[in-house]
Design a protein around this ligand. Sequence first.
Ligand code: ATP
Length: 268
Amino acid sequence: MGGAALEVRDLVVGYGPVRALRAVSLEVPEGSVVTVLGGNGAGKSTLLRAISRALSFHGGAVTGGTVHFGGRPLHSLPPDRVVAAGVSQVPEGRQVFARMTVDDNLRAGALGSRGDRPAKAAALRRVRELFPVLAERSGQRAGLLSGGEQQMLAVGRALMASPRLLLLDEPSLGLAPLMAARIADTIREINSQGTSVLLVEQNAALALRLASYAYVLEVGEITLSGPADELAASDEVRRRYLGVVDEDAAADASQADTTHPVLSRWEG
Ligand code: ATP
C-alpha cells in the first residue's frame, strides 16, 4: 500500500514454545485509525509489544517477519529507538507510576523522545488541552486518580513523546460506558490532530466506530479484514463481536429444538 505509515509483514511471535502470532500482516496508513479486534488470548497485546519492541520484557521474541514504519525497519531497534522513531505504546491496564505525581508521570513519557525543550513543552500543552483534569491534578499522586483518569494519564504519557503513531491496548477495558465514550472522543481528536492510531480492542462496537479499517485476530491469525463499516455490518462480526443475535438462525435453532429427540423425550 502506497504511503503506509506502518507495515507489518508475516510477523511470527512466540513466548518460549508458545506460538502467539502466526504470519500476521497488517497496515496502518498514515493519518488513519485502524483496529484489531479479538477475544482474550487472541494475541492483541503481543502484536503491539512486537511493534514497540517490548516483547523481551515479557519473555517473548519475534521469530519471523518484518515491521516497517515510514519505510524504516523497526524490527531490529531497541524499544527507546522505536519511541524516537515516532511510535509510542499505551499498554493494557492503565499502567501509571502510582507514587509519582501526574506531572512526573508525564515527564517520564517524554524521556525517550527526540524532542527538544520547546517540543516537550508543546506536547505538555497538547496533553493538558486534551485532558484538562491532568492539569488540575498536576501535583497529585497518580495512584489517587480514578480509573478513567489513570487511563487518560497513560494516554497522555504516551503523547508526551509526540508520536506519529499511537499504539493503544484496550483503552476502554474496565471503564464505565460514559468514560469509555470520553476516551473514544479523545482518540478521535488525537487522530484529527495528525497522529495515526493502531487500536486493539475487545470492545468491537467502540473500535469499529473509531476506525476506518479493521482486522479480526483469532488465536494468533488474522481471519477477517476490511473497511470498518463493512465489518460492522457483516454477520460474523455482528454475531461474534457485537453480540447481535441472528434472529433467523435463532428461529431455526428453536424450531429444530422442538423436534430434538432429547427435548421431545423430556417434553413427552
Ligand atoms: P487479552 O485481551 O486477554 O489481553 P490478547 O489478545 O491481548 O488477550 P495476548 O496477551 O497477546 O492476547 O496473548 C496471546 C497468547 O500468548 C496467549 O496464548 C497468552 O497466553 C500468551 N502469552 C501472552 N503473554 C505471555 C507471556 N508473558 N508469557 C507466556 N505466554 C504469554
